[in-house]
Every structure is written in C-alpha cells, then in structure tokens.
Design a binder for this molecule. Sequence first.
Ligand code: ACO
Length: 429
Amino acid sequence: MCADKTAKLSVNGKEYDLPMMSPVMGPDVVDIRKLYDEADVFTFDPGFTSTAACKSAITYIDGDKGELLYRGYPIEQLAAESTHLEVCFLLLYGELPTKAQMEDFTSRITRHTMVHEQMHYFFRGFRRDSHPMATMVGVVGAMSAFYHDSLDITDPWQREVAAMRMIAKLPTIAAMAYKYSVGQPFVYPKNSLSYAANFLHMCFAVPTEDYVVNPVLEKAMDRIMMLHADHEQNASTSTVRLAGSSGANPFACIAAGIACLWGPAHGGANQACLEMLREIGTVDRIPEYIAKAKDKNSGFRLMGFGHRVYKNFDPRATVMKESADEVLELLGIHNNPTLQVAKELERIALSDDYFISKKLYPNVDFYSGIILDAMGFPTSMFTPIFAISRTVGWISQWKEMITENGKIGRPRQLYVGPQKRDYVDVRHR
Ligand code: ACO
C-alpha cells in the first residue's frame, strides 16, 4: 500500500478516496475492495483488461517493452543459459537452485514420471480418435482418484507431492494420449534422459528399434517448454486460481486449466495456426486471407498473430524463431509449402499497415507450431505440449494463491436480464 497516493472517485455526487497500491514494477493499482460496501457500486471489466485479480511474485510482463521475467530473470537469459527443469525450480521456489538443490529436484522429478499402472486401462476407455487434450483433461482430473495421499491442500507436504507428481507425470500422460491415438504401445519413461528428451522418447520410440534423441531437437523441445512455463494471470492460470480458490484439489484445478488452455484464442492457437497455414496452402492465396483478416464481418483472424498483453513484440517469439531456424536447418526443411506460407505471412504482417497499426506481431505459437510440425508431431499434440510446459506455472500460481489468499474468487455482474416477474402457467403462455 502506498500511503501517499489515493485515487478519488465521485459516485452520484459523493466523493470516495480509494487507496492505491504500488507494485515492484508496473502500473499502480487502485484498491477497490471496499467500494461496494461503501459506495454500493461494482466496477465493470469483462475480459479483465484493467483488473489485477491477485498479488503475485512469480512472473512479470511489460507488454509495451516486450519484456518477460520469471522471478526477475529475463526470459532471453534463461533461454540461453538455463533448462526447463531449472526454470521449474525457479518458478516453484523463487530462486535459482544450487547445484545440490538441482540434483535433488531433478532426481525427485525423474523418479515420479511413471503413472499408476491402472491408468493404462483408463486410457483404453477413450475413443482412439479422441483429441489428446480431451484425454488429458480426463486423465489429469482422474489423478485425484489415483493419488489420494496428496489431496489435502492444507498440508504443505501434500501440496509439494502433488506438484512433483504433476510436473513429472504430465509428459508421460501426454505421450500416452498420443501413442493411444496412433495405436502404438505406450513407451515407459526413461530415467537416463533429460525431461525434454524423455518426452520425445516416449512419443517417438517404438519397441522394435532404438530411438536416439537428437540434441538439437531436445534443446528445441526444452526451450518450447521453458518459454511456455508461466505467463502471469492469463486465462488458464486464472482458471486454475479460481478453481483452487474454492478448495478444489490440485489435480482438479490443473485439469480445469488444461480445459481452458484448449481454446483457440489461448493454447489452442498453435494447432489453429498450423491448420490455417495448411489451409492457405500456397503463397499466392495469402492476399485472400489477409483481406479476410482485415474484414471485420468475416470473423476470421490470423492465428498465431496478436497478443492481449504484448503490443510490440512477443519476446518468446524472438527466441522461438531462433529455435525454428535451427530445427529446420537440422532437418533440411527449407522449402515446404507450409513453411513458405509462414515466412510470407510473417513478412506481410510485419510490413502491412493494418497489422502494424494494431500491433499484431507473430506470437510464440506461430513459431512453436512450425517447430513441432517439423519434429513430426501431429497438430493435435501442439496444445498438450503447451499444457505440459505450463503445468509448473499453474502449480506455482496455485501454491502462491493457497498460501496467501483465503477468499473464494467470486466476480459480480452487470445484470441485463428481465425485471422480477410472476410465473405464468403453461395454459396461459
Ligand atoms: N488477426 C486479425 N485481426 C486481429 C487479430 C488477428 N489475429 N488479433 C486481433 N485483431 C484485431 C481485432 O479485430 C481488433 O480490431 P479492432 O480494433 O478494429 O476492433 C484489434 O486487433 C484488437 O483485438 P482484440 O481482440 O481486442 O485484442 P485482444 O487483446 O482481446 O486479443 C488475442 C488478443 C486473443 C490473442 C487476439 O490477438 C487473437 O485472437 N489472436 C489469434 C489467436 C492467437 O494467436 N492466440 C494466441 C495468443 S498467445 C498464447 O496464448 C500463448
């Protein structure tokens, strides 16, 4: 709270002093918690564009500067020097680990990657053509039926165990959803591999031959995970917090986050983006799609472009573009039609007035989709990979919420329905 600053609000001729709060970085916040009690008014902010829903010490974004910090560390530095697992430690506990802490953490995660054997039968209940996100929402929610000893959210130790379980097992669950959808046997996790390499192995190995993970692909996968690890109070994170505020168990909360992430305006954008590139098909059809994107009545948007918070550039996209170049070079993919369409779209969006004036830049999903496609993942696996990556962010934010805020999340509304009226019997309607 900053004692020297207050906001003044005049409601129906009466003045109210609203306290202001100063963050470590970013805009000041007007504290309206007592507004309804004192002035009998709500504030209206659908989409939460001007509302800070919580205090948080985890991630900081400056959308104008294109800055993303995890616990104060710039994403570019972490992408160059760190690994996804180290970033998991940082997000969860607030500081970079010492060597011993990192060894212990890696060992704890690595030794929890197997899922309960009975879960294999659970997978078999799904149709083969289920979207892996549908399977993941179900299976992650069902973890609460398998791991009863980590459901008590009032016990810090159980919260810790649940966190380890989800970070460790989500890659296994996503890989199983994939294997199930293509009719191949599940591949068990391998403790000798890194977190990213283990995931690639579980997705692409088959029992009949050896699969050696290429280090360039391993690094690219690790970066995709790290760059998606947390992103402040986005839609899925806010969903996890809201679900958690009711006291729901951690597995149920993360399943809620996965469901929210699935939408094409959020995590589903990487799948939607690649499908759009394929639908465009050839460079000569791009003008038609650009025209559609500019036409308000078409309802069409260029997927992989624009961001609610980043209005200059998405710093994750810059790093991801580098990875995309490396992966495409390694795999010798220079000229496939999808890539040509992607490059031309990127060029146009960066030079066309409509996109420049609306600050619509390629976002992280534009490039991650290209990388995952080149690695051989079907588009349906793009969002599950986002979910694996974001799990640590969701859990860190959930843990922060549990320890700091006892209040259930309960927004109010601006009611626009009918006035009170009397029930009419069906014979008189
Ligand atoms: N293509 C064409 N026009 C767009 C696009 C786009 N992708 N995105 C925004 N616009 C236009 C809107 O029509 C609007 O125009 P107007 O001012 O004339 O009305 C203006 O830009 C602002 O758009 P909003 O919807 O108000 O912006 P908002 O911040 O709410 O939306 C969002 C951000 C949802 C990401 C949007 O840009 C979008 O739908 N992008 C495509 C989906 C996508 O790539 N999502 C991934 C987000 S990143 C992530 O989740 C990791």
